[in-house]
Design a protein around this ligand. Sequence first.
Ligand code: HEM
Length: 343
Amino acid sequence: MRPFPKTPQQLVPPYKYSNSSFAIDRFPFPFKTPLHSQQPFKYSANIEPHHPGKADSATEFYLDIDEHYLTEILEKKRVLNQHKNHCLVLDHMKHAEWEWFEHVTRKLAQDYPHYFELEIAGDCGCWKNHLLDIEQEFTLGKDSLPSRPLAFLGGQVQGDFALLDQREHQLYLDAGIITGPSDWSLAFDIGMDFTEWHKPVPDAEPVFDRALNYLLGLQAGSPVRRLNWILCVYPRLDRSLESYPDWALDKQNLMPDRIGDDLFLRVELQVLDRLPKTRAIMFSIRTYFLSMNDLLLNPHRALAFYQTIKTLPKSICDYKGISPLQAMLVDWLEQKLEKRLEG
Ligand code: HEM
């Protein structure tokens, strides 16, 4: 049984963040285990149908609500208060925004009836969020919420959301609420197309061509998902370009004796779904952190991770910002895994 969200922790200094053993077990691990099936990591579309995963897993439901709910909702509030431009909607996306609102409220109420309720008749409805003690009536498509639909509902769901408009064989990032990006920014990317915003990613052009073609044919009601990963020092969700001075030096300051506690595998569970009426695509990003010490608790995962980092191609290491700490991390993992590697 998934535990009730715990009392808020903190995703900015002074950090206060921990995973329960339940959260560690269900962490969406992005590398193949066992070790012998491992090839050097390379970029791939790694898209699969978003079928319900096993009970209690991160993919059991359409969107994952877990023990970090209250922590992440507070953090979103903090970020949005500081940077209004982390929620942006171009004018032509207003219908898609309301369609997304209806779609996501329905999914949440269906998957988590103890946390969320939705009553809807025609265009009028009432949304209840028992976790935050919110009860809100609304009229779909009308200015009837305390803030715009992406900000109102996005502020009550873990993870970020982008809405993509499809025009002339391209997808455009024309709306979103992005409060916990990993080294990018909605205000910079808004209005860009799929090819443009992925330009900084090295050696992956053919992968992106294939992924774009696939997504252009995405059908409503057949969502897909993928995992993305990176390493970061401290469990800081907000690594936007706007807050760059607050986190840019984190990796440089990491000492070997702090790796276990302060270095985290940061994984994004991304879900893509077509909204049937406006044909916009919803892209959700749910972020999970796992400390190196917690990673070591599972030897299969630890070995697969070690093998990945050790053999990571230089271009990907540079892009992901791992190069300055790769050697130190490999040494650390070898020390910790020594007995197992010998065996
Ligand atoms: C359609 C919705 C998507 C959005 C809004 C999105 C957005 C982004 C952004 C903003 C970045 C950071 C680029 C930078 O360095 O500035 C990124 C990275 C990346 N994206 Fe996407 N993406 C989407 C879908 C996909 C799909 C379907 C794939 C599958 C190939 C993909 C693969 C990647 C990869 C491999 C990276 C590099 C990640 C890393 O190594 O840390 N993305 N994406």
